[in-house]
Design a protein around this ligand. Structure first.
Ligand code: AMP
Length: 584
């Protein structure tokens, strides 16, 4: 397969904003590929060489990529740098400079998919003192053999910013359209949810059809998409929705961890599938030591505890464990505990289809007693009074609130989905003062006065699962301290986009656009109809969306959540409806 044909498809995806059109472009192209080629193309379309959870990323710095472009095109580096300053995207620099290449390639070879995968693998594996210059040379060699469009996407892939607009959901649609029936889409999605590996699902489907996909099961090798909770505004509503009886657990304020334990070692993943094994070596070791069976996948909330008193500390403390260096001292300075709440796999058996009570019973028998591991506090409650009393105990124990969990026969673990089998209820709602939202930054406005020269406010958005677009919900300008405002431009730099990203739907135009990437926790006073925000456009009123009034940053950077996991348009709309009236 010629790489230029693949780049042409990426170009067509980028040109169209329509999910339907992207689906048919991909479906038509997938049909032309061998199964193993399909796997590679799927990874490349997501700007990577492996599935998302693979511990090594290509992640070349923009400056290094500019060097490679300049070398391949035969221009001084300053020329690449000048165009980059204007465009902000190394892909655009490559397309421009390779199209007016001065350097004649001496050993010109036509790039194939195989060459590209091989070159990228070499880049990924370069290690040691001259790894940077090695990576630069390999990329430059590939660029000098590429056509302008191919060069553009090579640079996007190595910097991890593909921006074709084709999301995982679009790829699933295309796989169903190409190899199966529309009605088979849920089965294909199930396989993706239990493996988090779209390439594997694609290749399996192309080789063995739907029957092969149906045999894809939970294994310790692949992380599983996490199950998420709905929310309701009061405990009586939670109880009514649960049919008057449910399990309630403390909702701990920490970091969710999915642990895959096998052969005496553990791999730990965040809810975004980042590999956190190196950040919590103590938890990994204790899980492996205390496991009473051979293999298991469990989930829990990792919470920092005071080394002297053992009291639980706020979420911000545990996030210090995310740093890359000085882990040994961090392990000592910030002790943590894992509050385990679910088991998804045990010695060859997929537990996700078992009801909650059965999973909880198995979980309680799977580990030997351990000072770092404990089960979440849980009680089955049968009345509003019992629920209130349990909630008060959770708050007194420094928890955020409670998680109500269905105990019906249908209470399976729904990988990758948010539903009413789990309902969260937090202190914020109880006090009826505020509600929290996890929102994604898609733009910034330059500051004035004291904030001159920095960003003064941010344009915040939510994902709409129907359209796959991020719709704006508020302009956020309060709650920032000076240190945060100073750090913001640097933190947002890698998401900068020269124009409104394809995945963003906005009417309000910021000074600077960003690809969805950074998630912040925001509190708001109420949700109202808004003519300038695009979330839930036309749902409440023609020619209007909904927006969050008086938003304030809580100081909590949700770097444990990806933009697609931020509070969705549907959730904000549900909150709008629950709130009853619109103050506007
Ligand atoms: P939120 O982040 O507000 O959507 O709340 C859901 C998160 O609460 C989960 O992803 C977990 O990280 C966390 N959590 C804390 N305690 C529990 C519990 N007992 N059961 C399930 N999730 C919990």
């Amino acid at each position: 397969m010629l790489y230029s044909d693949i780049a042409r498809v990426f170009g067509r995806l980028e040109e169209t904003g329509s999910r339907l059109e992207m689906t048919s472009i991909l479906a038509e192209f997938f049909a032309k590929l061998e199964p193993s080629e399909l796997r590679d193309v799927i990874y490349l379309s997501q700007g990577r060489l492996h599935p998302e959870f693979y511990p090594i990323e290509l992640g070349m710095a923009d400056k290094l990529v500019l060097k490679a472009i300049a070398k391949a095109a035969g221009y001084p580096e300053e020329e690449a740098e000048r165009i980059w300053q204007k465009e902000g995207d190394p892909g655009a620099v490559a397309e421009d400079m390779i199209s007016r290449k001065r350097q004649l390639t001496l050993f010109s070879e036509t790039l194939t998919l195989e060459n590209v995968v091989q070159g990228l693998t070499e880049i990924e594996r370069s290690e040691g003192k001259d790894s940077q210059s090695q990576k630069m040379k390999i990329l430059s060699r590939m660029l000098s053999n590429a056509e302008p469009e191919g060069a553009k996407y090579l640079c996007r892939i190595v910097t991890g910013r593909m921006r074709t607009g084709a999301s995982a959901m679009t790829i699933l649609d295309a796989l169903a359209e190409c190899f199966a029936d529309k009605s088979d889409r849920p089965e294909i999605e199930r396989a993706f949810n239990v493996t988090c590996d779209m390439g594997l699902v694609g290749e399996t489907l192309a080789r063995g059809g739907l029957a092969a996909v149906s045999s894809i099961q939970v294994t310790v090798d692949n992380p599983i998409k996490v199950m998420l909770a709905e929310r309701l505004p009061s405990l009586p509503e939670v109880m009514a929705r649960m049919g008057g009886r449910c399990a309630m657990e403390f909702k701990y304020d920490g970091m969710r961890i999915q642990a895959h334990i096998s052969n005496g070692s553990s791999r730990l993943y965040s809810r975004r599938l980042e590999n956190l094994t190196g950040n919590f070596p103590d938890i990994g070791e204790h899980l492996a030591q205390s496991l009473k069976v051979k293999e298991a996948i469990i989930e829990g909330e990792c919470v920092a505890v005071d080394p002297d008193t053992g009291a639980m500390l706020p979420f911000q403390t545990v996030t210090h464990r995310r740093r890359k260096h000085g882990m040994d001292s961090a392990v000592k300075e910030i002790p943590v505990k894992l509050f385990m709440f679910d088991i998804l796999y045990l010695d060859g058996e997929d537990m996700t289809q078992m009801p909650y009570c059965e999973r909880r019973r198995v979980l309680s028998q799977t580990f030997a007693e351990d000072p770092l591991l404990t089960l979440t506090t849980m009680e089955v409650v049968s009345s509003d009074e019992e629920a209130e009393a349990f909630f008060d105990r959770a708050i007194a124990s420094k928890c955020e609130g409670v998680m109500a969990k269905s105990i019906s026969d249908a209470s399976v673990y729904r990988a990758g989905s948010r539903g009413f089998l789990w309902i969260k209820y937090k202190k914020d709602y109880h006090e009826a003062l505020t509600d929290t939202f996890d929102l994604t930054v898609v733009g910034a406005f330059y500051g004035m006065g004291k904030r001159a020269g920095k960003y003064g406010a941010l344009l915040m958005a939510s994902p709409d699962s129907e359209t796959g677009k991020f719709c704006t919900v508020c302009k956020l300008g309060t709650g920032f301290d000076d240190a945060f405002l100073d750090a913001l431009p640097g933190m947002l730099e890698r998401f900068k986009s020269e124009s409104c990203p394809r995945s963003v739907e906005a009417k309000m135009i910021p000074d600077v656009w960003f690809e969805p990437g950074m998630v912040l926790e925001v509190v708001g006073a109420e949700i109202s109809v808004s003519p300038i925000h695009t979330a839930a456009w036309g749902w409440v009123k023609e020619d209007a969306g909904i927006g969050i009034r008086f938003p304030r940053y809580t100081g909590r950077l949700r770097d444990d959540k990806g933009p697609e996991a931020s509070t969705s348009v549907q959730e904000i709309f549900d909150m709008y409806e629950m709130q009853g009236s619109d103050a506007v």
